[in-house]
Every structure is written in structure tokens, then in C-alpha cells.
Design a protein around this ligand. Structure first.
Ligand code: ATP
Length: 347
């Protein structure tokens, strides 16, 4: 097992900064996810950990050991990429065994034993003689995972391994990856742009934006207590209202938002802040509840089965609601309780 640290890791390409200075610690045996929008630097961070890129500044450490100048093959990492990258002219078993050409199988096993063990681990028993071309996308990614794990690496790195799969397959592969990771207790760094996937699969998540870490935390904390407006919008799909603190009245704080006033719990309001962003999740707004009543002009409704997602506008701000039924009016009033708002200092 390995603890991974990144200290001030920056990367520039011809004057463009891909990473502005990343500080992270991934603990032994942890499932750690880098999530963020396209181009934020997730893949560059992963490639730097693997040793495919060398940082312009800062250091990557495995168990405290600086990896400066250590080539990828000497780093003891297993990597799975978005594209399957299996060798088409080799059988499934040969693909899985490939990593063992350069490294002895662990625990004195033979190559055949190790390959069989790995195929069983990824639920592909008996498929060793198959040709990768004849496998489904999900099966190919499981072969790629088995190949990465065959030499028993200290660290597993996964770069959007499910993004080429359809939604149903993604969910089942996600559960398998999580099960395998916790069985092996292997320190894992996972890259995705899908916030729901990040929350579902991870022990902890780092939200990356513009080559910087915006927030690191457990999924619940990232979701319920976003540290910045960016995290609130990217992860929780929050409604966000920019406003000014008008009055702090013990447990309640009143916030002016474009001529209207919202009441929120004082606890999450940063003590020194004047300009703040109020974040309210779609599910916290309902037609019956709430001290704060907002008349919303409905623009579109999407039927999603269990819920309906309604897009509209209140007081000039775009709103997203999650309601049990399609509203039959163009205007409806929804409310939220002060305790259901989260407040961050304005950026
Ligand atoms: P995506 O989800 O789209 O893969 P990402 O978050 O993984 O995005 P990176 O691929 O790490 O982002 O890219 C970060 C930034 O660095 C981007 O602006 C990208 O254009 C730039 N970049 C990455 N690799 C190179 C390269 N080899 N040469 C020049 N610029 C690069």
C-alpha cells in the first residue's frame, strides 16, 4: 500500500498553465477521485503521478519518496485509460499477462495462475482464450483493469475508464471497480468529469478547476458543504444567489438578493463576509415548504420518472427545481427553509 502526495505540482505547456500548483494527499488504500470540467487538468495530474509527464514545479511522492526523474515503469503503478488500449493481436489472457513480462507475479505464483486469478477477480473466468475484438466495451475495460492489476502495483490510476460505455453498463462496472478496489485495498486515483460518478464511487473527492484544487473532502461534505460557488454549481447542481449580508440576527441571517431578502441559518455564513453566495439544492425547494417563498416563472419541464426537473427564473436568476409533478402553470411559488441554504463567501 502507498500514500501519495502532490506538493505544489505545476505543469506548463509552451506558456499555457495546465496545472497551477496542486497539493493533495491520497491515503493508503483510499479511493480518491479527481473531478472537474473538461480541460481543468485532471488527466495532466494523473499522467504526472504515473510519470508520463514531469512537473514544471513541485514534487510527487510515493510513501514520502520523491519521484523526480523516476520513469513510469519504475513507479509500480497500474494505469487504465479511457480507450481500452488492449493489444488486438493477443488473447485476453495474453493481454492480462503482458504486465508480467517485466515483473514477477506476486507471492511466487506462475504467470498462468496469476492471469486466472485476475480474470476471476474481474468476473471473466474462462474467457482467457477469447479475442479482445469479440468482447463488449465493459468486458474490455475489465480486461484492461486485470492487466493493470496483474503485477500487483502499489497504486492504481484510472482515467475516465467508463466514459465510452452506456449509462447502464457504467453503473455496473462502477460497482465492480469499487468492489475490487476495496477487496485489494489498493490506493486508487480515479479521474472523471461526472460529478455523480465521483460522489458514488469515492472515499474522498478533489474538485479541480482551472488547474487548481477547489475543495477536497468526503462526497457528503462536498455535496452538502461546498466551499466555493464553483463547487456548489458543479457538484450539487445548486441554485445560487449572489447577495449582501443585511442583518445578522442570532440564528438567522438576512441576505439581500437583488431587491428581495432571503433568510438563512447563520451557522454556515462566513463571519467576515459581506458579499455572499447562497446555494440551495433543487431538492430543497418545494411548493409547500419554507420561510422563503419565491415566485418562479417556469420555462421548461423535463419528466425524469421519479421526479420532474423544472427550469425557470426568479428575480432574474436562473432556477432549477425538482418537483414530484409537471407544473400546470407558467408561474409557481416554491419555498425553502433557512436551514436548507448553504452560504459561501462570494468569489
Ligand atoms: P478532459 O476531461 O477534457 O480530458 P482534463 O481535465 O483531463 O480534461 P487536461 O487534459 O489535463 O484536462 O488538460 C489541462 C489543460 O492542459 C488543457 O487546457 C489542455 O489543453 C492543456 N494540455 C494538456 N496536454 C497538453 C499538451 N500535451 N500540450 C499542450 N497543452 C496541453
Amino acid at each position: 500500500m502507498t500514500e501519495l502526495t502532490l506538493a505544489g505540482v505545476a505543469k506548463r505547456y509552451d506558456g499555457t498553465a495546465a496545472l497551477e500548483g496542486i497539493d493533495l494527499t491520497v491515503r493508503d488504500g483510499e479511493f480518491f477521485t479527481l473531478v472537474g470540467p473538461s480541460g481543468c487538468g485532471k488527466t495532466t495530474t494523473l499522467r504526472t503521478i504515473a510519470g508520463f509527464e514531469s512537473p514544471t514545479a513541485g514534487t510527487v511522492r510515493f510513501d514520502g519518496r520523491a519521484m523526480d526523474g523516476v520513469p513510469p515503469e519504475a513507479r509500480d503503478v497500474g494505469v487504465v485509460f479511457q480507450s481500452y488500449a488492449l493489444f488486438p493481436h493477443m488473447s485476453v489472457a495474453e493481454n492480462v499477462g503482458y504486465g508480467l513480462r517485466f515483473r514477477e507475479p506476486p507471492d511466487g505464483e506462475t504467470v498462468d495462475e496469476r492471469v486466472r486469478e485476475l480474470l476471476a477477480l474481474v468476473d471473466l473466468e474462462g474467457m482467457g482464450e477469447r479475442d479482445p475484438e469479440g468482447l463488449s466495451g465493459g468486458q474490455r475495460q475489465r480486461v484492461a483493469l486485470a492487466r493493470a492489476l496483474a503485477p500487483a502495483p502499489d497504486l492504481l490510476l484510472l482515467d475516465e475508464p467508463m466514459s465510452a460505455l452506456d449509462a447502464r453498463l457504467r453503473e455496473s462496472l462502477r460497482r465492480q471497480v469499487k468492489r475490487i478496489q476495496s477487496e485489494l485495498e489498493i490506493t486508487t486515483v480515479y479521474v472523471t468529469h461526472d460529478q455523480a460518478e465521483a460522489l458514488a464511487i469515492s472515499d474522498r473527492v478533489a474538485v479541480i478547476n482551472g488547474g487548481r484544487v477547489e475543495q477536497v473532502g468526503r462526497p457528503q461534505a462536498i455535496y452538502r458543504e461546498p466551499a466555493t460557488r464553483f463547487v456548489a454549481e458543479f457538484v450539487g447542481d445548486n441554485n445560487v444567489f449572489e447577495g449582501a449580508v443585511r442583518a445578522r440576527e442570532g440564528e438567522r441571517t438576512r441576505i439581500d438578493v437583488g431587491g428581495e431578502t432571503l433568510a438563512v441559518s447563520s451557522e454556515p455564513v462566513p463571519p467576515e463576509a459581506n458579499r455572499v453566495t447562497v446555494c440551495v439544492r433543487p431538492g430543497a425547494l418545494s411548493r409547500s415548504a419554507g420561510t422563503n417563498r419565491l415566485p418562479v416563472a417556469v420555462e421548461t419541464s423535463e419528466f425524469l420518472g421519479e421526479t420532474v426537473r423544472v427550469h425557470g427564473r426568479w428575480n432574474g436568476t436562473e432556477m432549477v427545481l425538482q418537483l414530484p409533478e409537471i407544473p400546470d402553470d407558467d408561474e409557481l411559488t416554491v419555498g425553502f427553509d433557512p436551514a436548507d441554504a448553504h452560504v459561501v463567501a462570494a468569489d
